[in-house]
Write a protein that binds this ligand. Structure first.
Ligand code: 5RP
Length: 246
């Protein structure tokens, strides 16, 4: 059973984008301060928000002399753990985690997540699934009443490279919309994940039963994992109210 805390941030509506970094930092710090204790195994997510959480974790480990072991969800997370001088582990040595902390691209009212904007969704879901508590750090821009309102790029889906066209066609046929191969910024080729796979971004046309869709997409041969995190969130939400000041 997972016990998710959704740390969401609110602030004055002016200067929305300018305040995003401060909001991410506050969310990351709050997650570590409220949910990490001594002698724990901590899953480290991927993306830009998690950097703030890891900064705070490294600070607490130094100041409080904590004994913390970190399991990464990506190459980026692995590098971050090493760069900040934290203890690196893996699921071989630590298959059970006390807590996993990660970002999200969008969080809906039912606490269903879209993840994988950075392409790390498969390892993120594995690590979250091994944790007693899964803490999602999401700033105010990720908060939506229905998926698709905030994150416009669709649901990321990791696929075996040879299957990307059949999978894309199967998704469009069954659920509508379009599942597009994610290309590198240079356009020289597709994005390749840490698992040597490709990514499809499924731009859906309307709301779905995300639990059913997630299960159905995962049954298509060639699909490795989806960026839909459904039902990993059973404990409601905790909101940090922020008025814009420190
Ligand atoms: C990477 C992820 C990230 O957690 C998600 O994209 C959020 O990233 P950021 O904190 O940079 O907004 O799922 O695969």
């Amino acid at each position: 059973t997972h016990n998710l805390t959704h740390v969401c941030l609110f602030r004055s509506p002016s200067d929305r984008d300018g305040m995003a970094e401060e909001a991410k930092k506050l969310a990351g710090y709050a997650a570590v301060d409220n949910h990490v204790q001594n002698n724990q195994v901590v899953g480290v997510g991927s993306g830009s928000t998690i950097v703030y959480a890891v900064d705070r974790l490294a600070e607490r480990v130094r100041q409080e002399k904590l004994n913390i072991v970190c399991v990464p969800t990506s190459f980026q997370a692995r590098q971050l753990i090493l760069q900040r001088g934290l203890t690196l582990s893996d699921l071989d040595r630590n298959p059970e985690l006390d807590v996993a902390i990660d970002g999200a691209d969008e969080v809906d009212a039912a606490l269903t997540l879209i993840k994988g904007g950075g392409g790390c969704l498969t390892q993120e879901k594995i690590v979250a699934g091994c944790a007693k508590h899964f803490i999602v750090i999401a700033d105010f821009r990720k908060d939506s009443s229905a998926l698709g309102q905030q994150w416009k790029k669709g649901v990321p889906i990791e696929v075996i490279p040879m299957a990307y066209i059949p999978v894309s066609r199967a998704i469009a046929k069954r659920f509508g919309g379009e599942a597009v191969l994610r290309m590198a910024i240079s356009k020289a080729g597709p994005v390749v994940t840490d698992n040597s796979n490709f990514l499809l971004d499924w731009k859906f046309e309307h709301a779905h039963n995300w639990k059913e869709v997630n299960t159905a997409i995962k049954m298509i041969p060639g699909v490795v994992e989806t960026g839909l995190f459904v039902g990993m969130t059973v404990c409601g939400s905790e909101c940090v109210l922020w008025d814009g000041g420190w």
